[in-house]
Design a protein around this ligand. Structure first.
Ligand code: SF4
Length: 241
């Protein structure tokens, strides 16, 4: 696997400063092939990246973390997109089944300790899957959270892996414009106010004038599940989605 040093990453970030998401995806596919993986939560906002993948690198594995807590509508939307876009979806499960999770930690771990719940159900399965992979694409955008504002298109991660963020410079408006322009489907719960969707117990609809991610872990200061802040963390990175 080609190793990228700090200078290489710097020059890639310079090169991709004004690159389109399609150009970044094409480069990643040429560079890494199926040693690349994409993570997706299969919500409305995921659709532009998934559509671009279907056009520029359709064989890339698209990872879905099946926590056991998703809305049924999300699972059906995932399957609809697989069919319509021809995606190569890989479904990951936590090592601990939901009944064992209940036995070990009791009911409502997501309320009492959402970080631990996300770690067991999202971070650990993602880390396990990424062992031996070279690069990980995610659809995070700078306009979503404070942590995401600090990211660059290419970030170093543990074990020489790269994290690639082709949608970083996109805004919420860009996402909805793209969906409209290409007449793409949206998650069925969008019409009920679910602008950002994760697991059912940790997602509520968003009211008028509220931030689109305000319905995630509402009432808790948690803003990331951990896969974008913990998984594949680079050595020396003190920041611990
Ligand atoms: S989003 Fe909620 S239910 Fe899903 S893994 Fe995290 S804490 Fe658990």
């Amino acid at each position: 696997m080609q190793q990228f040093n700090t200078d290489d990453i710097e020059s890639l970030n310079d090169r991709f400063e004004s690159a389109t998401a399609a150009e970044i995806l094409s480069w990643a596919w040429e560079q890494f092939g199926t040693m690349l993986a994409v993570s997706s939560s299969f919500q409305s906002q995921s659709v532009p990246l998934l559509h671009l993948i279907s056009r520029h690198c359709p064989a890339v594995p698209v990872v879905f973390l099946d926590t056991g807590f998703h809305f049924g509508a999300t699972l059906r939307f995932r399957d609809q997109l697989r069919e319509e876009l021809g995606l190569n979806i890989e479904i990951l499960h936590p090592e601990i089944q939901q009944n064992e999770l209940m036995q070990r930690y009791g009911e409502g771990l997501y309320r009492r300790d959402p970080d631990l719940c996300c770690h067991i159900n999202k971070v650990e399965p993602m880390d396990r899957y990424m062992v031996g992979k070279s690069a990980w694409i995610s659809g995070v955008r700078r306009d979503q959270t404070a942590h995401r504002r600090t990211l660059r298109t290419i970030e170093p991660a543990a074990g020489g892996m790269l994290k690639i963020h082709p949608m970083l410079a996109w805004t919420s408006r860009d996402v909805w414009t793209y969906i409209n322009d290409f007449n793409l489907p949206v998650h069925p719960l969008l019409e009920k106010g679910y602008f950002s969707i994760g697991c059912a117990p940790c997602t509520r609809p968003v009211g008028a004038g509220e931030d689109e991610r305000s319905g995630r872990w509402a009432g808790n200061d948690k803003t990331e599940c951990g896969i974008h802040t913990e998984s594949g963390r680079s050595a020396g990175d003190s920041d611990s989605n």
